[in-house]
Design a protein around this ligand. Structure first.
Ligand SMILES: O=C(O)CCC(=O)C(=O)O
Ligand SMILES: [Fe+2]
Length: 355
């Protein structure tokens, strides 16, 4: 029997500790969200701040030999921090498979998912959870996730949940050429001629992939799916389904813009690490996800990151022209630890690296 939701009923115990997640809560068909999920008004998305006449660029990657395409990638990274790519070379059936695998994993019983929680997981690199950092948040986020840090195909095969590992590994491996092409294009404007071994480590030395599940919410206007944040990656490759709900803050002008689902497209965004490496030229941009009253939504971001032991700071090639460094050098694992210690707070993580 599902427990009755009352003030004395321990939501955190049910959702977080027992592994039911917010999906378990949604399935009880409660009439309204528990108070733990009610966000302060300033953290909910005010629809009056949504700008509908603007949209992030859509870039056709099949024309990459045309120098104008590399140029539009660099322009998008400077002026939007977000863009979508089509004809990107990642097979569409692989994208469909990874979305299905996400539904398969979250469709498991709570006990089976709980095996991968922080307390129970046999590896630090595999983590099932809910919200972002439940212990540090004023209000919880309406989202469950599985986070997978990639070390090797062998480790992934041994440790990742069988319901999703093959599909996720295929998505990761087939997106590699796209990631390289994007980074090569982005480097041209930073005066970097070649991505040698040390640059490859800084730009794409490690990867984390998240499977996100946003269940139907009884009061989507009172809560949020993901709070305002920028990613700590160099680049994020985001696969979303056809539900929508991702909003990004405009760099030029005020307000938020919706990232409309485009069948077969991938969303690309610049993360803090590339903002730091480019000395602020490329921008990581705040984004957030609203909760949805009528559909379950999934998304699958690949966070392309430096290695944890890399020191990140503005690239030598960028500073050669005499530009003053805006950021100091920091150990990447210190940077990510700082991010994962606090609730989502917009772009404040970057202050950690300010010169
Ligand atoms: O679900 C989405 O569309 C975005 C998720 C996101 O921003 C993240 O996981 O960092
Ligand atoms: Fe994000």
């Amino acid at each position: 029997m599902a427990p009755v939701v009352s003030d004395s009923w321990d939501v955190t115990e049910f959702v977080v500790n027992k592994g039911n997640g917010v999906k378990g809560l949604a399935e009880m068909e409660i009439p309204c969200v528990p108070k733990q999920y009610i966000q302060p008004i300033e953290e909910r998305l005010d629809m009056d701040t949504v700008v509908t006449q603007d949209s992030i660029p859509i870039i056709d990657m099949s024309m990459l030999d045309d120098p104008q395409v590399a140029d539009s990638i660099c322009d998008a990274a400077e002026n939007w921090g977000f863009f979508q790519v089509i004809n990107h070379g990642v097979p569409l059936d692989i994208l469909d498979d990874v979305k299905q695998a996400t539904h398969r994993f979250f469709g498991l019983q709570a006990n089976d998912k709980l095996k991968y929680s922080k307390e129970n997981s046999s590896s630090n690199n595999v983590r099932y959870g809910t919200s972002f950092i439940p212990g540090a948040e004023r209000a919880l986020e309406w989202k469950d996730f599985l986070s997978l840090f990639y070390t090797s195909d062998q480790d992934a095969s041994a440790l990742w949940p069988p319901e999703c590992k093959d599909a996720v590994l295929k998505y990761m491996n087939t997106s590699e050429p796209l990631i390289k092409r994007l980074l090569e294009a982005l480097m041209t404007r930073l005066n970097v001629k070649e991505i040698d071994e040390s640059k490859a480590s800084l730009l794409m030395g490690s990867k984390r992939i998240n499977l996100n599940y946003y269940p139907i919410c009884p009061n989507p206007e009172l809560t949020i799916g993901v709070g305002r944040h920028s990613d700590v990656s160099t680049l994020t490759i985001l696969l979303q389904d056809d539900i929508g709900g991702l909003y990004v803050r405009r760099i030029k002008g005020d307000g938020w813009i919706h990232v409309p689902p485009i069948s077969g497209a991938l969303v690309i965004n610049i993360g803090d690490a590339l903002q730091i490496l480019s000395n602020g030229r490329y921008k990581s941009v705040e984004h957030r996800v609203v909760a949805n009253g009528s559909s379950n939504r999934v998304s699958v971001p690949i966070f392309v990151n430096p290695r944890p032991k890399d020191m990140i700071g503005p690239l030598r090639e960028v500073l050669e022209s005499g530009e003053e460094p805006v950021y100091k050098r920091v150990l990447y694992s210190d940077y990510t630890k700082h991010f994962f210690r606090k609730a989502h707070d917009g772009k404040e993580t970057l202050d950690f690296a300010k010169a």
